[in-house]
Design a protein around this ligand. Structure first.
Ligand SMILES: [Zn+2]
Length: 401
């Protein structure tokens, strides 16, 4: 296995890949191209999703009106409450020194953006509008701005910076209006057919989309890149069962990609016998990668065998972690359909804090090559070993019909 290949691929994915954006499409393109290099064709599977988009988003000051670039699409309002779809704040434009807590009904301007962060590329300043009464979207804004409460935020073009600074204290208006629509989203899929039991499919998935405001190097460019490496490995070592690799969209948005995928497979002749979720877990502040438990004793036994086959560096341990798989990633859709699922790496009780979850600091330089190597070895050992095992039909119900 090649951890350096994974790091290189993560570096090529070093841009925001928020669901439904050009960045996500570009990310899929990078993966598709990487797969093609060693002869694996991938295809897209589309689905339609309810969506909110900006009808208008602007900022007015001294009789002039400028477009703004909101940090987050209002469609992300789902998981966080209380939220407001629309923002409208009129009040004084306040000095950066008012940060991190601009007064209610004011708009703060922050000019010291990190120019190297791809998320803020092309912007010179960030506006925070403190809307009375209603909080708005996404705690990551707190990290971006050091703010104590979520609030609407947007970037502005570089040529406006001087104008803003010259007009501090004047009354301004920050607003955006959203509208309902539908959007076509898509997952990227590749398959290596099994030589003996091609109709039994082991799915391995990682989400392509990054959390808004981040490049998501660990979460989850690292998973996307590891999937490419697994696909390469199984191309060279043909499996007995079919191996299907899926780069999901919209994990960060209610896990819509995996939900749609599982729903679309209902009634398929091919049976998905196992799902392996690859999501993060390889940055410097993560513990040694391990496999999350599968709710199936049989798979646990295989897990133990796999662990025994992997060399463990001195002073570090690989362990299984029995845990209730939570519903925070793409495994949930498979589990809900009665398909056994495991996490690589596992999380649950042993998840470490401070691993830059959903923060702008989740960048390539935080990745731990030893963790990536362990994750690749463990994943390959498990996936290879499970080919030999009968997965009890009684344990596998398949997707709902
Ligand atoms: Zn993730």
């Amino acid at each position: 296995m090649r951890p350096e290949f994974v790091v290189d691929l993560v570096t090529r994915l070093d841009f925001p890949r928020v669901v439904g954006t050009d960045g996500e499409e570009r990310g899929f393109g990078v993966v598709k191209q990487a797969l093609a290099v060693f002869g694996v064709d991938a295809w897209f599977e589309e689905f339609s999703s309810p969506w909110l988009e900006f009808a208008e988003a602007d900022f007015s000051l001294e009789g002039e009106c400028f477009p703004i670039r909101p940090l987050v699409n209002p469609v992300f309002d789902g998981p966080w409450t209380p939220v407001a779809r629309d923002a409208d704040v009129e009040g004084p434009l306040t000095e950066p020194t008012d940060m991190p807590h601009p007064a209610e009904g004011s708009v703060a301007v922050r000019t010291e953006l990190d120019r190297k962060n791809p998320c803020t590329a092309g912007a010179s300043a960030q506006l925070f509008a403190c809307q009375p009464e209603q909080g708005f979207v996404a705690y990551y804004l707190a990290a971006v701005g050091g703010l104590g409460r979520p609030m609407p935020s947007a970037y502005i073009d570089p040529h406006l910076e001087k104008f803003l600074v010259a007009n501090l204290g004047r009354t301004c208006r920050f607003r955006w209006v959203s509208r309902d629509c539908t959007k076509t989203l898509r997952n990227l899929v590749a398959e290596i057919r099994g030589s003996q039991r091609p109709d039994e499919v082991i799915c391995v998935g990682a989400h392509m989309d990054s959390f808004p405001g981040t490049v998501g190097a660990n979460d989850n460019a690292s998973g996307c890149a590891r999937l490419v490496e697994f696909a390469r490995w199984f191309k060279e070592h043909p499996p007995l069962r079919s191996m299907r690799f899926i780069w999901f969209t919209a994990e960060e948005l209610d896990r819509r990609g995996s939900q749609a995928y599982v729903q679309a497979r209902a009634g398929d002749a091919d049976k998905i016998v196992l799902y392996v979720n690859v999501d993060g877990g390889v940055s410097v502040d993560h513990e040694w990668p391990h496999l999350g438990e599968a709710h199936r004793e049989q798979i646990n036994a295989i897990t133990e065998e796999s662990l025994a086959s992997v060399c463990v560096p001195e002073g570090r341990g690989i362990f299984t972690q029995p845990e209730e798989l939570d519903s925070t990633s793409d495994a949930a859709a498979f589990q809900d359909a009665g398909i056994p699922a495991i996490f690589l790496p596992g999380g649950g009780k042993r998840k470490t804090p401070g691993a830059h979850p959903h923060l702008p600091t989740d960048t390539v330089d935080k990745l731990d090559v030893a963790n990536i190597q362990a994750s690749l070895l463990l994943g390959t050992a498990f996936l290879d070993r499970i080919q030999q095992h009968r997965i009890a039909a009684a344990d596998v119900q398949g997707p709902p019909t």
